[in-house]
Design a protein around this ligand. Structure first.
Ligand code: NG6
Ligand code: CA
Length: 509
């Protein structure tokens, strides 16, 4: 019987337990290769904001070092043109439009990832990794009606992260505090935190009523509770000692990211290092003020680049660079005025945050979702530029392949296993990809991009970005027309029909 059982198990579990002993040495041998994995994820960093992508007046030498020493993807996509949906897809490998909660969240929103769902973190944890997240979260916390003075759960620690040090939502939203493993860092129990997104607390100043108390002026939205002179979205009371210092945020997250690496250097570890720059409010530390000549938006990109350089230096000092796969990308494309007067428009000069692409954050045009996308692994990835079509969705199944992990039920997953492309060994990417922007979707198939008709304004005037809305179908050939200037829908009915059919099949309409 034992023999029969073991034979049975051998048949049922061919990739489990036995494979590592064969020792072929191939990188992709299941379970053999468990490098540390780091996601360096920026917030609203555009395709043209990285000088390796678009040489110009803004210099990002540390990101460039990764881009030029690894694979620099020219067709790498975030899953959405806004934050929450992109982060949802990054961690779960599932298209954000499948989850009706995957929209820009207030600071009080419940966690939108099911605790039973496979995430990059849970997959790696199960494969033997220690897993951590440091930085911006914005995927919701708790089950609704969070009490910020108690342990907040579920959150990152319930979807696969062993360690978390996060800001709950965004820099421009309350609560303006950090949480470590579900507890507000530095909370004074005698000064409890209260949060409300509807009503102010009696007697508290707001950006709307007390502009004289603000050091940064709001342009649209952002006129509720004032913290550190900056008016935010939402109302907050209490928690004085726990409030973060905006200008120290970059140093703070860097410190925690470096500490995480040092504490877990015996590995393998997975760190999701989610920087807050260049999202609003843009608050460079004084030592970066004026460094870009472009005002705060440029200065915080210089600051982020510095932090990334310091972080990579830590990996190097700890002797980990040759054993660490770094993936760097951004959650969505660029925006200049996103609700505060901060000179982003006025001091832009000839810098092009979107590079050659049309649109920006919130847009279905390319600049909404096509972002810097870099993989770097010293000694293991040969430097190259890759035109393969890849999405952040693809990281979960690809990393599962790398480490011999279980990516979960394939039917519940939109990511594709493109490990060879991520390692620079292949130029074969996806055939097609659905792009999302504020709940609207479009299809990229090969070099073609189809946007179905959408009602709504063509331009969001507040941020001055073309959203991609049009009464007619739009069809672009990105190989000839990267800037999406020629709508070819009318002259290419066959191609249009082909894309519409493929799109409707994926969207199930
Ligand atoms: C918008 C905010 C914008 C930014 C965005 C989320 C207003 C008027 N605008 O609603 O400033 O916070 O949400 O950005 O409030 S994201 O990168 O996290 O998706
Ligand atoms: Ca963002």
């Amino acid at each position: 019987l034992p023999l029969a059982l073991s034979l049975l198990f051998g048949l049922l579990l061919p990739s489990c337990g036995t494979a590592p002993e064969t020792g072929t040495g191939a990188v992709t041998t299941a379970g053999e290769n468990k490098p540390n994995i780091v996601f360096i994820y920026l917030d609203d960093l555009g395709y043209g904001d990285v000088s390796a992508y678009e040489a110009g007046s803004l210099e990002t030498p540390n990101i460039d070092a990764l881009a030029n020493g690894g694979v620099r993807f020219t067709n790498g996509y975030a899953s959405s043109a806004t934050c929450t949906p992109s982060r949802y897809a990054l961690l779960t490998g599932v298209y954000p439009w499948r989850n009706s909660d995957a929209k820009i969240l207030p600071g009080t929103a419940p966690l939108i990832i099911d605790t039973a769902q496979t995430t990059v973190a849970s997959m790696l944890k199960e494969a033997g990794y220690h897993t951590g997240v440091v930085g911006k979260w914005h995927l919701g916390l708790g089950t609704g009606d969070v009490n910020w003075n108690e342990h907040v759960s579920p959150g990152p620690n319930e979807i696969g992260f062993d360690y978390s040090y996060i800001m709950a939502a965004t820099q421009d939203r309350v609560p303006t505090v950090y949480l470590e493993n579900g507890m507000v860092d530095g909370l004074d129990p005698n000064d409890p935190i209260e949060i409300d997104y509807q009503n102010n607390f009696p007697g508290q100043p707001t950006g709307k009523d007390n502009p004289e108390l603000t050091t940064m002026k709001w342009h649209h939205g952002h006129n509720n509770t004032i913290v550190n002179g900056i008016p935010r979205i939402g109302y907050m009371k209490g928690g004085e000692k726990a409030k973060w210092s905006d200008v120290d945020m970059a140093d703070h997250f860097l410190d925690y990211a470096q500490r995480y690496v040092r504490d877990h250097k015996d590995g393998p570890f997975f760190l999701y290092y989610a920087l807050q720059q260049p999202h609003v409010p843009r608050t460079p530390h004084p030592r970066f003020v004026g460094k870009s000549g472009m005002g705060p938006r440029g200065d915080v990109i210089v600051e982020a680049d510095w932090a990334i350089g310091e972080f990579v230096k830590t990996l190097r000092e700890e002797g980990l660079l040759e054993n660490t796969l770094i993936v760097l990308s951004s959650d969505n494309g660029p925006v200049l005025n996103d609700g505060y007067y901060d000179d982003a428009v006025e001091k832009l000069g000839d810098h092009t945050p979107a590079g050659p692409l049309r649109g920006g954050k919130y847009s279905l045009y390319e600049a909404g979702t096509r972002v810097p996308f870099i993989t770097y692994w010293e000694g293991n990835i040969e430097p190259k530029v890759s035109d393969a079509l890849v999405s952040q969705l693809d990281l979960l199944p690809s990393l599962a392949e790398l480490v011999g992990g279980d990516a979960g039920a394939s039917g519940a997953m939109d990511g594709q296993q493109l490990l060879a492309s991520f390692l620079g060994e292949s130029d074969q990417g996806r055939e097609e990809l659905v792009l999302e922007a504020t709940s609207r979707t479009a299809l990229r198939a090969g070099d073609w991009l189809m946007i179905p008709p959408y009602k709504g304004r063509a331009v969001n005037a507040q941020v001055n970005i073309e959203l991609g809305n049009d009464a007619e179908y739009q069809l672009y050939n990105l190989a000839d027309d990267l800037g999406q200037t020629q709508n070819l829908a009318a002259e290419n009915p066959d191609k249009l029909a082909e894309l519409v059919k493929a799109y409707e099949k994926i969207r199930g309409t």
